[in-house]
Structure formats: structure tokens, C-alpha cells
Design a protein around this ligand. Structure first.
Ligand SMILES: [Zn+2]
Length: 240
């Protein structure tokens, strides 16, 4: 038989601010800890015991004011040593909810065609939450959805990517990256191969540029200059 003991503590004041990644700002910013609810537990069995602590925090970015959640866990089985001081310390496992990825901001996906926006959100969420095999498959699927929507020509994805370049939707350098994304999706789908977060973030960034250029800027321009089309209609051809 084993005995488990647990205790809980709620802290709401005298909490220090820390630098954490912010999903909305796309970079590490100072966050206020609004409240912290800590569980401390121990389990005894056969003369041995394990201790753990888990702090659950509501945090708020002091830049954009976005509120999110941070969980930090430690346990007595995961000890490491600081080789400079010789002191042991508990290894922290940290998770943020919602997940987040630095270096890239979420684009205005509500301006995308519905089905492409849905694939985009899932691809991004997978990468932010470190689901790297699914993230690779989702990015390739996003690329296929774009090719299908713009009716790119070609009997396979490789030819369709070349057609995107022929139609000036992607630069020559962009095409090379898109072919890497295509291979990335193949490996994820057929060999269940994981890619690094950096590779997937770069791939996502290239696809985001296509989405911005193909859908988001035209949608914004249409909205911003909508009065101009009316003026053009009123002007004589020589005045245009
Ligand atoms: Zn922020």
C-alpha cells in the first residue's frame, strides 16, 4: 500500500513579473503573474518516497494584456546539478496554454477562404503545441489547399508549386522552400518523421507570405479603397 498526501496553496499577491513567450506579441515579453495555485504532494511506499510540486498560474502579458495559463512541474525523481555551484536543483517542466511559438505572429486568418483558414489554424496550433509530425502533414495539406484554390496547374504537387512561381505568386527563392515543405509533408506522412520546431516555423512563415499576398492584402485593399472604384466610374476615361 502507498500513502499519498497533498496540499494546495493559493497566492494572489506579491507575485513577481517574469519574461515569458507571448502568443499575441510573437516574442518574449514581461508577464505579470495574476494568481498561482500550487499543489505539493508526496507518495510513500516501501520506505521510499517521491515528492512533487505543480504550480498553475494565470499570467498576463504587460504589453498586449493577453491573459493565458502557465503550468510548471517538478519532482524529486528529476534532479540535476549545477556544475558551477555543485548544488542540486529540480528540473522544471513548463507548459503554456494556449501553446505558443516565438518569431511569428498569427495572421488575419478570418480573411482567408474558410477551408484554407481552418487548415491554417490547425497547422499553427499543432506547431505551437509541439505536435511536429502532425504539424508537417498540416503544412503540406495547407500548401495543397492553396494550390487547389488558385487552380495551380500540374499533375502533382511539385508541378503545382512550379506553377505558383510561373504565375508570380511565389519568388524563385520561395519555390525552393516550398519544395522542402513538400518533402517535409511526405516524410511526416509516410515515415512518421518529426521535424524541428525551427524547420516547421520557417515553412509556416513561407506559406503565411503566400496567404498574405494572395488573400489578405487583396481583401484589405478592396475594403480600404472601396470608395476609389466609385470615383473611377464617375471620371471620364482621360481623367483616370
Ligand atoms: Zn503580448
Amino acid at each position: 500500500m502507498s500513502d499519498v498526501t497533498k496540499e494546495f496553496e493559493l497566492q494572489t499577491d506579491k507575485l513577481l513579473a517574469h519574461n515569458y513567450p507571448c502568443r499575441k506579441c510573437g516574442l518574449e515579453t514581461k508577464h505579470q503573474t495574476v494568481s498561482r495555485y500550487t499543489e505539493r504532494g508526496a507518495q510513500y511506499y516501501g520506505g521510499h518516497h517521491i515528492d512533487w510540486a505543480e504550480s498553475n498560474e494565470i499570467i498576463q502579458c504587460l504589453g498586449c494584456e493577453e491573459v493565458s495559463f502557465r503550468k510548471c512541474s517538478t519532482n524529486s525523481e528529476s534532479l540535476d546539478y549545477n556544475y558551477k555551484t555543485g548544488q542540486p536543483y529540480y528540473v522544471e517542466t513548463v507548459a503554456f496554454y494556449p501553446g505558443r511559438a516565438l518569431g511569428s505572429k498569427v495572421i488575419d486568418h478570418w480573411l482567408l477562404p474558410w477551408s484554407i483558414g481552418e487548415v491554417y489554424k490547425e497547422a499553427r496550433t499543432a506547431i505551437e503545441n509541439e505536435l511536429f509530425i502532425i504539424g508537417g502533414i498540416a503544412i503540406r495539406s495547407l500548401l495543397e489547399s492553396i494550390c487547389s484554390d488558385v487552380e495551380a496547374k500540374g499533375r502533382n504537387l511539385a508541378k503545382k508549386i512550379d506553377d505558383l512561381h510561373a504565375r508570380s505568386l511565389v519568388t524563385k527563392e520561395g519555390v525552393e522552400t516550398l519544395h522542402k515543405i513538400r518533402l517535409l509533408g511526405n516524410l511526416s506522412a509516410h515515415a512518421a518523421k518529426r521535424h524541428t520546431k525551427d524547420q516547421l516555423m520557417l515553412a509556416l512563415e513561407v506559406v503565411e507570405h503566400i496567404l498574405i499576398g494572395t488573400y489578405i492584402i487583396p481583401a484589405r485593399a478592396k475594403d480600404t479603397f472601396k470608395g476609389l472604384d466609385e470615383v473611377k466610374k464617375l471620371l471620364a476615361p482621360d481623367d483616370q
